[in-house]
Design a protein. Structure first.
Length: 121
């Protein structure tokens, strides 16, 4: 896992086209304050090949998560939002303009740190 800094968020999201039309594969609760989200998406750095991206959030202090059985039915046409504000990362399914709006998402979380890992499809 590699840390994702606030300065690299825009570049990261642009590389994966904000995860538009990605596949939300799993949400795993590692500990009460650590959650891993796995997505399959296209990577512009690899000729738009499909890859798996794991996002690991640590220091989670607020979240609304979905059951695994509901993940295949999630509409990912708006992608995801990753925002950094007030020394925290915010994740939400859908397109949101600010940190507080993420709580309107069907699935969101807020954490103090974020790491990611790329893997084969």
């Amino acid at each position: 896992m590699r840390p994702l800094s606030k300065n690299d968020l825009d570049k990261f999201l642009k590389r994966f086209d904000n995860f538009i039309d990605a596949e939300l594969r799993s949400i795993e609760i590692i500990t009460p304050t650590a959650i891993k989200i796995t997505l399959a998406t296209q990577d512009s750095a690899r000729g738009f090949d499909w890859i798996t991206v794991e996002l690991e959030f640590s220091g989670v202090y607020d979240a609304r998560l979905l059951e695994g059985s509901k993940l295949p039915y999630i509409d990912m046409s708006d992608g995801i939002t990753l925002i950094y504000a007030d020394n925290c990362f915010g994740f939400g399914i859908g397109a949101y303009d600010n940190f507080s709006a993420i709580t309107n998402s069907t699935c969101y979380l807020k954490s103090t740190s974020l790491k990611y890992k790329e893997d084969s499809f």
